[in-house]
Ligand binder design. Structure first.
Ligand code: PLP
Length: 401
């Protein structure tokens, strides 16, 4: 059956507006579309393809597990999920893991756990959840309400309650909003969708201290920042501030859908048998691939490589900007970078994305004013160089009209 981009409009719910080409094949950080046109991939499937496309070791693991056992449900446990959980707990602060299928589901579990933990230990009145404006935590109704963008959460009827938002990096606003009624604070330790905003050191440390003061749980949403993206296995490690609950997804499966919520033994106790669950969560196929991705990412070569590649990106973008004067700064860390547009190009991030695609480069935006790069952590240096050359042509195109 022949399908084209036009088919999308005929059969899909119109909640997305995908690019005009249809990719059919990927190898490493290169992708080809139906016409055979080649692209360099700085988008990484939105910070998912942590080892690029069709990494040979992930393909081998997928094939091997695919011939062994695909699915059981939570009525049985399985070897890949236990191995992956063991490796995640060995590598982080966490002692217990809950598996889900996406970032939103991992966050949904984290929020439900925080509410249940507060109920178990402090009673019904401790229900307030505080999160940050421009934050993004997924699209289920609870997570989208906790996310700080009304445009995503409005228009679906009554929202889950007791959720408040304050400005990111504004410690006194958080302090004013918090009390012993606060059950949890949820934050991204590097805001992704909201525009690639890093927290100040003072802010993250202050958030931790306020949570301790009010017996509130600190939830780090590392769905985008996790699994090596910042050059640390998780961003919290680079900040030196440890959360009580951490969620991870996107890069975790290297392209295979999986999410996980990590926490301590003490907090985990509040999710007793029957309190929460997922049919697919802990699926052996997903866990086998994620285990392999984690094995590869959590090595000094890959993590140190991320910082070297970041330097290449920053150098290249600076050279482009010296010539064309379009950005105010490059934000973010490691392989999660945002080029913030200056006043002259305000609101035009999408124009840069469209021009990039026309020049053989896949990239992303983060809001209307930031062009975002979230490539594979092992993108070859030649692909960075050539991708930036294509990006320069795209920038020139936008600047010259
Ligand atoms: C992408 C993202 C999510 C949602 O993940 P899904 O897998 O799309 O549900 C949640 N939090 C953050 C920080 C994200 O970047």
């Amino acid at each position: 059956m022949q399908v084209t981009r036009k088919t999308f409009d005929e059969v899909m719910v119109p909640n997305y507006n995908p690019a005009s080409m249809v990719p059919v094949k990927g190898v490493g950080s290169r992708v080809w579309d139906q016409e055979g046109t080649e692209y360099i991939d700085f988008a990484g499937g939105i910070a998912v393809n942590v080892l690029g496309h069709c990494h040979p070791e992930l393909v081998a693991t997928l094939k091997e597990q695919g011939e062994k056992l695909w699915h059981l449900s939570n009525v049985f446990t399985n070897e890949p999920s236990m191995r992956l959980a063991k490796k995640l707990t060995d590598a982080t602060f966490a002692e217990r893991v809950y598996f889900a299928n996406s970032g939103a589901e991992a966050n949904e579990a984290a929020l439900k756990l925080a509410r249940r933990f507060a109920l178990d230990h402090f009673g019904e009145s401790k229900d307030q959840i505080i999160s940050f404006k421009q934050g993004f935590h997924g699209r289920t109704f609870f997570t989208v309400t906790v996310g700080g963008q009304a445009a995503y959460s409005d228009g679906f009827g009554p929202k889950p309650g007791a959720i408040d938002h304050v400005d990111y990096n504004d410690l006194s606003a958080l302090e004013a909003a918090m009390s012993d009624r606060t059950c949890a604070v949820m934050m991204e330790p590097l805001q992704g969708e909201g525009g690639i905003i890093s927290p100040t050191q003072e802010f993250v440390e202050g958030v931790r201290a306020l949570c301790d003061k009010h017996n509130a749980l600190l939830i780090f949403d590392e769905v985008q920042s996790g699994v090596g993206r910042t050059g640390h296995l998780y961003a919290y490690m680079g900040l030196g501030v440890t959360p009580d609950i951490l969620t991870t997804a996107k890069s975790l499966g290297g392209g295979f859908p999986i999410g996980a919520m990590l926490t301590t033994e003490e907090i985990a106790k509040s999710l007793k048998p029957g309190t929460h669950g997922s049919t697919y969560g802990g699926n052996p196929l997903a866990c086998a691939v994620a285990e392999k991705a984690l094995d590869i990412v959590n090595t000094p070569e890959v993590l140190e490589g991320v910082l070297k590649k970041e330097a290449l990106f920053r150098e290249g973008i600076k050279a482009i900007n010296d010539k064309y004067k379009v950005f105010t700064e490059v934000r973010g860390k490691g392989m999660l970078l945002g080029c913030a547009l200056n006043e002259d190009y305000k609101g035009r991030a999408r124009d840069f994305l469209v021009a990039s695609a026309a020049n053989g480069l896949m990239c992303l935006v983060a809001g209307a004013n930031v062009v975002r790069f979230a490539p594979s952590l092992v993108i070859p240096d030649e692909d960075i160089k050539e991708g930036l050359e294509r990006f320069e042509r795209a920038v020139a195109h936008v600047v010259n009209g």
